[in-house]
Design a protein around this ligand. Structure first.
Ligand code: 13P
Ligand code: SF4
Length: 303
């Protein structure tokens, strides 16, 4: 009899009392078998509140770290080895500590796309879907934001009375989406709406009919009466966009935007991870406790 890998994974999942969480940038077949699919904020909430003993995070390292920070008693497994976020690795604690000394009055805000070591030095974490709500609840005039300068600039534009000190980081995929590629598509599909992730550069964000997180982009397109959409984010979102909107058309500027690390998860790898309880996320308890404060504040201040 031919092997059905999806059934094998689901069987193992039951045996191990595990839950599978997947980000919208994951391969379609991984999204389809996950218990929950979502943006970074949603996945962090599920990881915090779920009752299962084992959390398998299909995404990149900072997502598994966040799950472990929030749920230290659970076994958190990364769906595959070595799936990192190059942007998260652009910030480091040594430079952050120096910057904090230079700006002692600044509230320190990190994008959730940062390492646990960096989070341990921050007052609050934000995601693209929660950042604006969280910033409303921060009284300080000075805000030190890291690592994404594009998301930081987007937030700074919404709070002109605050002073932002921005780290020089970026997502190598979103940062290279070009205005001209979007305008080329707009020329072809004149009624298309342009939906942009805030990790994109300013001149791309300015073209957006909507700017927001992966879940925001999916919701906006689903509610819209337009037929064509230009999607300025990683192409993994197309899976849910097409499932939810079979009669609409989605166009990626330049043809492809593919995060290599997000595509490292395979069904075979996921099966192996669960079978052998591999790729467990282990954190130093001192770092975890400190990083917990920034994620706990994220959930409190986002409300
Ligand atoms: P969101 O899903 O929170 O919009 O994040 C996008 C991202 O870059 C994750 O790596
Ligand atoms: Fe990091 Fe960009 Fe990949 Fe998201 S898409 S995981 S920000 S490199």
């Amino acid at each position: 009899m031919e092997r059905n890998i999806v059934e094998d994974i689901l069987k193992l999942k039951k045996e191990k009392n595990a839950i599978i969480l997947a980000h919208y940038y994951q391969p379609g077949e991984v999204q389809d078998l996950a218990d929950f699919v979502g943006d970074s904020y949603y996945l962090s909430e599920i990881a915090k509140d779920c009752k299962e003993d084992v959390v398998v995070l299909c995404g990149v390292k900072f997502m598994a770290e966040s799950a472990k920070i929030l749920s230290p008693k659970k076994t958190v497994l990364m769906s595959c080895e070595n799936a990192g976020c190059p942007m998260a690795d652009m910030a480091n604690e040594e430079e952050l500590v120096k910057l904090k000394e230079k700006y002692p009055n600044a509230y320190v805000v990190c994008y959730i796309n940062s390492t646990a070591k960096v989070k341990a030095h921050c007052d609050v974490s934000v995601t693209s879907s929660s950042a604006l709500n969280i910033l409303k609840n921060i009284p300080n005039k000075e805000v030190l934001f890291l690592p994404d300068k594009n998301l930081g600039q987007y937030i700074a534009e919404a709070f002109p009375k605050k002073e932002f000190i921005l780290w020089d980081g970026y997502c190598k995929y979103h940062n290279k989406i070009e205005k001209s590629a979007i305008l080329d598509l707009k020329d072809k599909y004149k009624d298309a709406q342009i939906l942009v992730h805030p990790e994109c550069v300013k001149e791309v964000r300015e073209l957006g009919d909507y700017v927001g997180s992966t879940s925001g982009i999916i919701d906006f397109a689903t509610k819209s009466s337009a037929k064509d959409f230009i999607i300025a984010t990683e192409e993994g979102v197309l899976h849910q966009l097409k499932k939810k909107n079979p009669n609409k058309n989605f166009h990626i500027p330049g043809g492809r935007i593919c995060c290599e690390d997000m595509k490292k998860t395979t069904l075979e790898g996921l099966y192996d991870t669960l079978l052998n309880m591999k790729n467990e996320m282990i954190l130093d308890e001192d770092i975890r406790e400190k990083a917990f404060i920034s994620l706990e504040n994220m959930h409190k201040l986002a409300k």
